[in-house]
Each structure stands twice: as structure tokens, then as C-alpha cells.
Design a protein around this ligand. Structure first.
Ligand code: SF4
Length: 123
């Protein structure tokens, strides 16, 4: 089976629009889609350019996956592992207690709450 490269990432739409490929390969332009997401244009890249972009895209087979990254972060003494989510040190959950803010959020509203709190304290 051929390696899954950045062209496959773009074609299948699994990209996150991080823009790292455009930094590594300046020939790549990033366009904003009608859905507000960011999409790199890799259609004009040659083989060498694609290899350079593959080397940084987190969804390409050329970069380490979560299991490989976890192996560098956790020791064998950290045995917490789940076949669905891999290795981890702790799992926590939470949500904001402001019902209106929670209703506006996609997953509990904690990220917005934390960022607003930090910005309001100017820290
Ligand atoms: S590096 Fe990969 S995920 Fe990031 S913008 Fe480029 S194609 Fe998308």
C-alpha cells in the first residue's frame, strides 16, 4: 500500500489547516474555504516539494503518529493505556457552570472560559 501523503490529506479533507506545510514549503498557498476552514493548495507541487511538505504534515505517514509520540513521552512505569485512546497520564472532564455560556460551547466551554479569564486578568 502506498504511503498516505499530504496530497491524500488534502484530497480526503482530514487536514486541520495548521499551515505548517506552507512554512516548510513556501510554494504552498493556504486558502480560506466557504466553511471558514483553511485548505492548502498542493496541486502544483513536484515530487521533491511534496516530500518536504509530507515531512511536516501531522496526518502524513512521514510523521510519527500518536502511538509513536506517546512512546517518547511515557515510560514503561506509566502503564495507563487504552486501546482506543492510547497512553495517558490522567483523564479529566468538566464544564462551565454558566448555562448560557455552556449552551454556546461545543464541548463544555472550558477553553473559552479559561482564555477569557486569562485575558481579563492580563496574565
Ligand atoms: S501540514 Fe497538513 S494539516 Fe497542516 S495545513 Fe498542511 S496539509 Fe493541512
Amino acid at each position: 500500500m502506498a504511503a498516505f501523503g499530504i496530497r491524500d490529506v488534502v484530497d480526503t479533507g482530514i487536514r486541520v489547516g495548521c499551515g505548517v506545510c506552507a512554512i516548510a514549503q513556501p510554494a504552498i498557498t493556504i486558502e480560506r474555504t466557504d466553511f471558514g476552514t483553511f485548505e492548502p493548495d498542493v496541486s502544483h507541487l513536484g515530487d521533491d516539494d511534496l516530500i518536504r511538505a509530507d515531512a511536516v504534515c501531522p496526518f502524513s505517514d512521514s510523521t510519527p503518529d500518536e502511538t509513536q509520540l506517546a512512546a517518547t513521552l511515557f515510560s514503561d512505569e506509566d502503564p495507563i493505556q487504552d486501546r482506543r485512546i492510547g497512553r495517558y497520564s490522567r483523564l479529566m472532564s468538566g464544564y462551565v457552570t454558566d448555562a448560557a455560556a455552556r449552551e454556546q460551547s461545543s464541548s463544555g466551554g472550558l477553553t473559552n472560559w479559561m482564555l477569557e479569564s486569562l485575558l481579563s486578568k492580563n496574565t
